[in-house]
Structure formats: structure tokens, C-alpha cells
Design a protein around this ligand. Structure first.
Ligand code: EPZ
Length: 422
């Protein structure tokens, strides 16, 4: 296994281009199961997670050709689609669970391994099951698999609000299961994330009849057939946000290209409240600060609220912003594995249930730290960029799941970052 080494405290300056959104391309790849035609996706990032989804589609009977340099993937039929998504692959990536809806829609049966929990929480699937049952599916859970079947799927009204608000992948699964259902389906308390809207746009290009995507009420009118389509994946708002924070934590000046400002409203608002300058243009933004930032409080919420996937990275910025900030995690109350590692670098952060109280200090010190999950590893990279001395981050396979070429992108804007064998 590799580890990432970072020599800190240089301002990062220049331009960086954001890749396609991991959390958009994964369900869109699953949606190709809904057609026997070829589909072409552009702006696809070369990540551990996208390659896992390629393997899952191949195991289900699709041919998947990916040009990693161009970011183009072609998914075409190769043999009869299998309805079983096996444990080996699904257990490595929760997002694989979103093959359930399309398999059920296309084959009227599906057997998908339960994704299990992960370090950020128990990750239940009760809303997925509730939604599919509402469409008429029989669902059993046996041997660690969800086994779904339906003689016919019928449109229905489905309320998908859970204890922690809406569910992104449950909305995706129910929307995809509804595309061939008889009649209309209305999803209430649907997730509004841009990645859900991007999936709906792709389904519409395939011939689906969907409206209201991006709002809490999505309507799907069942059709008989979906054809192949071409689609460009939206930019990754979490990668864009991570680079915005890289600029501020190093007191640099970075222009982030291929970023959609409309997807970053909550983060931009908080950074401006802290005193940062965010200059927005058509599809890029420039982030810098002429003065010391002020500490600000954040609470994570479903979109358009502050993204839980930006919480760990924001905590790194607040850990070197003198003063007290309170970070409240309302989506995954246990998503604080990065706290202990940041404290190993000298941060003074105290966890109180779903809150982290950050007493910002002037500087962190480099240290050997361990990545625990994707966004926690990003927060450690940010901390390493500003810490005095060298930081060595182990288990960086977590980082490789969701950030394409992050070392070369950071190196190009002045970071001293390299990889070594563990
Ligand atoms: C998606 O996960 C993202 N992953 C996550 O990003 C992101 O953190 C999450 O949405 C929230 O925005 C992908 O899109 C591949 P949820 P998802 O269902 O859909 C609870 C990253 O770092 N819940 O929206 O699995 C759940 O426990 C990853 O890129 C239920 O209670 O998340 C959580 O508290 C991490 N029952 C809340 O809802 C259910 O059936 C939101 O989860 C489903 C979810």
C-alpha cells in the first residue's frame, strides 16, 4: 500500500480543473442496465469507485470500455444480463446498491448484496426497500442479500423522508425502478442533490418521462422501453469545494475551473461569512482571502444545505482559524473519524455527540496519520498542506476512491506532495 507525503505551509496558486462527479456517474452507470442499447458517458473520472462499478456492470453482463485519459466510457450489451450482484464487489462500495432499482425494472427480479455499514455510519437501506415495495415489489432479505421480485411494477405515491431527511441513493433506486412501472409514480421528500437531477437528465435522454428532479417532488410516468443515450457528467462539487478550502487553508489564490457555482451555494455562503473572497463566473470560481478568516459554525443538511461530504474538509480549515467554531453533523452523526487524526497534528477539537467544537489555532504540525474514509482523507491532505513539517497519510486507497489525480493537481499549483510505498 502507498502513503502520501506532504511538506506543508506553501500558498497554493494557479488553476485547477475539477473532474466529473463521482456521485453522479455511479448511479448513471447503473442506469445503463435499463437499456439493451449502447450508452456513452463523457467526463467520467478514473477513480477506484468508478472502476468498481465497471466491474459490477461487467459481472452483470455488460461490456464496459473506458478511456481513462479521455474520460469516456461506453457501456454496451455483451450477454444476457444477470440479476445477481454479488457480495465481493457490492461490499466494497455502498453505491453499488443502486443497481437494485434498474435490475428490478428491467428483469423484474434482482438479488443484490446488502452494502453493510461503513466507518461513517450504519448506512441502512429501509427507505430503498420501502420505495420498491410501494411500487409492488416483493422484497426479502436473506443471507445478506436483498432479493426483490415483481410480476408487474405499478406507479404509486412514495414518501422517502427518513429520520435524517431525504436519501440520495434511495431516490435514485426508486426513480430507476419506476421508469417502466405502469402509470405514474410521485416521490415525495425526494433528494434534491444535483447528482440526482443529473441521473434524471440521463434517464430522460434515454426516453424516460420525469419531471421535478432537483426538487422534493419527482414525478415519473412509466414508459415501455428506454434506448441508449450519450451524456456528460456534471462537475464534482465536492472536489471543487475541497480545492476551494485548499486555497484558503494555505492562504493561496486558486481558480477552480469546470465548477458549477449553483451546486456550491451553502459552502460559498459560509466562506464569505468567514471573510473569504469568492469570485464566481460562468463555470469557474476564484477563491482567496486578503485577511485572516473568522471562525464560523456549520450544520450539515441535505442539499441545498451544507454538504456532509464537505464537513471533514471544513473542519481542517476551522482547525487553523483562531477562535471557536461548532461543526454539527446531522446526516451521519458519527462522521468524525478525522477528529482524532487532526488532533494528532496539534488541532484542538472536542467531540460532543453530533457536534465537534473546534478551537482554532495558528498552525498544525506534520505527523504520520491514517485515512479512515474518503472525505476524512481529504481533510488530512488539507491539514498536511498547511502543517509545519512533513505529514505522512497512510491507507490512501480511501482518497483514491473519489479524487482523480489529486497529487498532480495539487503539485501543479505548488504543493510539495509525493507518494511512497508503505
Ligand atoms: C450519498 O450516499 C452519497 N454517496 C454520500 O457520499 C453522501 O454522503 C450521502 O449521499 C448524503 O449526501 C453517493 O451518492 C454514492 P443517503 P447515500 O441515503 O445515498 C440515512 C461520499 O463521500 N438513510 O442520502 O447512501 C443515512 O443513514 C459519500 O462521496 C436511512 O436512514 O446517503 C443517512 O443518515 C459518502 N435509510 C441519510 O439517510 C435509508 O434507506 C442520508 O443518506 C437510506 C439512508
Amino acid at each position: 500500500m502507498d502513503k502520501l507525503l506532504i511538506e506543508g505551509s506553501l500558498p497554493l496558486k494557479g488553476e485547477v480543473t475539477v473532474s466529473g462527479a463521482k456521485n453522479s456517474v455511479l448511479p448513471i452507470l447503473a442506469a445503463t442496465l435499463l437499456t439493451d442499447d449502447a450508452c456513452v458517458l463523457r467526463g467520467v473520472p478514473n477513480l477506484r469507485d468508478t472502476n468498481t462499478m465497471f466491474k459490477i456492470l461487467r459481472s452483470l453482463g455488460k461490456a464496459v470500455d473506458f478511456d481513462g485519459d479521455k474520460g469516456v466510457v461506453t457501456v454496451s450489451p455483451s450477454k444476457n444480463i444477470s440479476y445477481i450482484a454479488d457480495y465481493k464487489l457490492v461490499s466494497t462500495m455502498r453505491a453499488s446498491f443502486c443497481v437494485l432499482g434498474p435490475l428490478l425494472a428491467k428483469l423484474k427480479k434482482a438479488k443484490v448484496s446488502l452494502p453493510g455499514g461503513c466507518i461513517i455510519g450504519i448506512r441502512p437501506v429501509d427507505l430503498h426497500i420501502k420505495g420498491l415495495k410501494a411500487l409492488g415489489a416483493e422484497i426479502d432479505v436473506e443471507g445478506g442479500y436483498v432479493v426483490a421480485s415483481a410480476k408487474k411494477l405499478k406507479g404509486n405515491l412514495v414518501y422517502l423522508g427518513g429520520v435524517f431527511g431525504s436519501s440520495v441513493l434511495a431516490t435514485d433506486n426508486v426513480m430507476m425502478a419506476a421508469v417502466f412501472a405502469q402509470g405514474n409514480t410521485v416521490i415525495e421528500s425526494a433528494a434534491c442533490e444535483p447528482e440526482v437531477a443529473d441521473l434524471a437528465e440521463f434517464l430522460i435522454k434515454m426516453g424516460a418521462k420525469i419531471k421535478g428532479h432537483g426538487t422534493p417532488i419527482i414525478e415519473i410516468e412509466g414508459v415501455k422501453h428506454l434506448h441508449g443515450a450519450e451524456h456528460r457528467i456534471i462537475p464534482d462539487r465536492i472536489e471543487a469545494g475541497t480545492f476551494m478550502l485548499a486555497s484558503l487553508i494555505t492562504r493561496g489564490d486558486i481558480t477552480i475551473k469546470n465548477a458549477c457555482c449553483g451546486h456550491l451555494g451553502a459552502l460559498i455562503d459560509k466562506l464569505q461569512e468567514a471573510g473569504a473572497c469568492v469570485c464566481k463566473s460562468e463555470n469557474s470560481l476564484r477563491v482567496y482571502s486578503r485577511k485572516n478568516l473568522k471562525p464560523v459554525n456549520i450544520t450539515t443538511l441535505p442539499f441545498p444545505g451544507f454538504a456532509t461530504d464537505m464537513q471533514a474538509q471544513f473542519m481542517s480549515l476551522m482547525s487553523v482559524t483562531p477562535g471557536i467554531s461548532v461543526i454539527t453533523e446531522k446526516i451521519y452523526p458519527d462522521r468524525f473519524m478525522h477528529v482524532a487524526e487532526l488532533n494528532r497534528m496539534g488541532a484542538t477539537i472536542q467531540r460532543e455527540g453530533p457536534h465537534a467544537i473546534v478551537a482554532g489555532i495558528k498552525s498544525l504540525s506534520g505527523a504520520p496519520v491514517m485515512a479512515s474514509d474518503l472525505r476524512a482523507s481529504a481533510s488530512l491532505v488539507l491539514a498536511g498542506l498547511v502543517a509545519k513539517g512533513k505529514t505522512a497519510i497512510s491507507r490512501i486507497y480511501h482518497l483514491e476512491r473519489g479524487y482523480e489525480n489529486i497529487e498532480s493537481k495539487l503539485e501543479k499549483i505548488g504543493a510539495r506532495i509525493w507518494r511512497e510505498r508503505e
